[in-house]
Write a protein that binds this ligand. Structure first.
Ligand SMILES: CC(C)(COP(=O)(O)OP(=O)(O)OC[C@H]1O[C@@H](n2cnc3c(N)ncnc32)[C@H](O)[C@@H]1OP(=O)(O)O)[C@@H](O)C(=O)NCCC(=O)NCCSC(=O)CC(=O)O
Length: 308
């Protein structure tokens, strides 16, 4: 997963700093660990955030993010990467924080057989009703006709056997029912770490998974504490709350976004954007081979980049 990035100058040192922050050997996991090892949530989440941030630094090549990016958002675990893109967390801080999140979620997922399945297509109201009737939760509302159901494994199997009209149910390779009440023990233990984590206010517009709002437009910050506290509070709540990626995409559309860059490992969000944000150009940065296309997209679409 990380081998191609390690061929770029400076990346090995950056990854060493991420390993130190994570308290685990991410270079080993990102290069030679087997698929089962890195599928473990406790390993997967810090690896995903590391891949995103190695890609970001490669694309920026020493430039400051606010000089290039007009707005940023991340999906579930990616919301921590987005917080780093916005400068709320420094890169190693994001990897350190996500490592705590990952261990807490892995522990909570080990409590019983649970999982997640994407429901694609169909009538949105019927899909939500069917998920509820099956005793499951609409964990990720991804837009473009995709809702991820989460909960007990047997109930997910029953939904797949009896899917809502005109839908397909696609099981996801994840260890538990993330973003649902199943994760309450993880939320409670993560909260103790997250709420005191070192953070600063966003330096560019950052959208929240809770409702797609830009943090600079939220009311909480007006009540005596900074935006960084809002971000940490919402990152904690996100562990048990639905990811409203549909609303994040709606905000991107309202802001007139014309180009989207998806950081590594990359691919799922550009896939969703092709359905929900038709006509918006996107590049998924999967390996260093995509960096030139990413820079080209930024050069043609970034408003702040054009001004800088
Ligand atoms: C469901 C996916 C696997 C689908 O990805 P694909 O690359 O296969 O996408 P695709 O576009 O080819 O779609 C697969 C098939 O479904 C069909 N299809 C897709 N979307 C459709 C729609 N809206 N309506 C009708 N059909 C649809 C396609 O036509 C295709 O059919 P055909 O096969 O006939 O061509 C992906 O979008 C995904 O991973 N979504 C879930 C994202 C997510 O929420 N992850 C959970 C993260 S939890 C997490 O991260 C935990 C944490 O917080 O840390």
């Amino acid at each position: 997963m990380l081998s191609p990035w390690l061929e770029l100058p400076g990346t090995a040192d950056l990854l060493d700093s991420f390993s130190a922050a994570a308290g685990s050997d991410l270079t080993l996991h990102g290069t030679t660990s087997d698929a089962d090892t890195i599928r473990d949530t406790a390993v997967a989440q810090p690896l995903i955030v590391s891949a995103s941030l190695l890609a970001l630094r490669a694309i920026l090549d020493g430039r400051a993010t606010p000089d290039v990016v007009d707005v940023t958002a991340g999906h579930s675990v990616g919301e921590l990467s987005a917080a780093a893109v916005a400068g709320v967390l420094d890169d190693a801080g994001a990897v350190g924080l996500v490592s705590h999140r990952a261990r807490a979620m892995a522990d909570a997922a080990a409590a019983g057989p649970s999982g997640m399945s994407a429901v694609v297509g169909g009538d949105p109201d019927e899909v939500l009703a069917a998920i509820e009737a099956a005793g499951l939760f609409p964990a990720n509302v991804n837009g473009g006709g995709q809702v991820v159901a989460a909960g007990d494994t047997e109930r997910l199997a029953a939904l797949a056997e009896n899917p809502p009209a005109r839908t397909r149910v696609i099981p996801l390779p994840v260890a538990g029912a993330f973003h649902t009440p199943f994760m309450e023990p993880a939320r409670a233990s993560f909260e103790k770490v997250a709420t005191t984590w070192l953070a600063t206010d966003p330096r560019l517009p950052l959208l929240s998974n809770a409702d797609g709002e830009d943090y600079s437009r939220l009311g909480e910050g007006a009540h005596g504490h900074g935006r960084s506290t809002d971000v940490l509070t919402r990152l904690t709540a996100q562990v048990t709350a639905p990811v409203r990626w549909d609303r994040c995409q709606e905000t991107l559309a309202e802001r007139g976004v014309t180009g989207i860059l998806e950081l590594a490992p990359g691919g799922v969000l550009t896939g969703l954007a092709k359905r929900a944000l038709k006509g918006v150009e996107s590049v998924a940065v999967k390996s260093p081979d995509d960096v030139e296309a990413a820079r080209d997209l930024v050069a043609r679409h970034s408003v702040v980049g054009a001004a800088a």
